[in-house]
Design a protein around this ligand. Structure first.
Ligand code: SAM
Length: 212
């Protein structure tokens, strides 16, 4: 299932510095995203089940956002270049290289999983295995929050942030994602679908669920 991971890793590493620069204050302009992250933080804090993993943390901005909301949180990213930027920018937090398709974490350890615009590089047929992995590492009652673009078609990108890359951004219909979360053993608590803002080309989905 994981042939695409090498290209994803190399591409995000190639653009890590430029992406970090461009996305540093992105959350400041995303009030709906911040609202869902705050609800997630509140729910996780209310059930002291364990730390939160920010999976596909990129340069660590969302990891830091959750840390500031009082969560014990660490970041994991496939791209060593992203992890290097995150470690340099937020030296008080912990970041490791890893893949959400096979996490180096024991079962039931986490109180929360955040996948903020990081399942976008996972093909839809591979999402069930990724959600099984989220389920495995979460404690009962643990929460998962997803953020992703509602694409109508696959987008293959060969040039971005000033570099030659090879990245697929997959189509994830929110209804199907909700179904797959249910199949993996999650109860979906909230779905927020919003219209694109001036910087965006597609609707945005935020889905919050709890391990049953
Ligand atoms: C669009 S960026 C989002 C980064 C960050 N979450 C944010 O909101 O700024 C996607 C990130 O997901 C990471 N990623 C993609 N596939 C991954 C995988 N299988 N496991 C872990 N990280 C992955 C990429 O390396 C990249 O840093």
């Amino acid at each position: 299932m994981t042939d695409y991971l090498a290209a994803t890793r190399e591409s995000w590493t190639a653009v890590a510095e430029a992406y970090a620069e461009e996305s540093r204050s992105a959350l400041d302009f995303k009030p709906f995203g911040r609202a869902m992250l705050r609800v997630f933080a509140e729910l996780v804090s209310a059930s002291p089940a364990g730390p939160v993993a920010d999976l596909g943390c990129g340069p660590g901005n969302t990891t830091e956002y959750l840390h500031r909301r009082g969560l014990e949180v660490f970041g994991v990213d496939l791209a060593p270049g992203m992890v290097a930027v995150a470690r340099r920018t937020y030296p008080h937090l912990s970041f490791e290289v890893g893949t959400m398709t096979a996490l180096d974490l024991p079962p039931g350890e986490l109180g929360g999983v955040l996948a903020w615009y990081s399942i976008v590089n996972i093909p839809l047929p591979d999402l069930p295995a990724v959600f099984d992995e989220f389920h495995r590492v979460l404690a009962p009652g643990g929460h998962v929050l997803l953020g992703f673009q509602v694409r109508t078609e696959l987008r293959h990108v060969t040039h971005g942030f000033g570099s030659e890359i090879s990245l697929d951004f997959h189509r994830h219909p929110p209804d199907r994602v909700v179904e797959l979360l249910g199949d993996a053993g999650f109860a979906v608590l909230a779905q927020l679908i919003r219209e694109p803002d001036e910087q965006e080309h597609s609707r945005q989905a935020h889905i919050l669920a709890r391990k049953r």
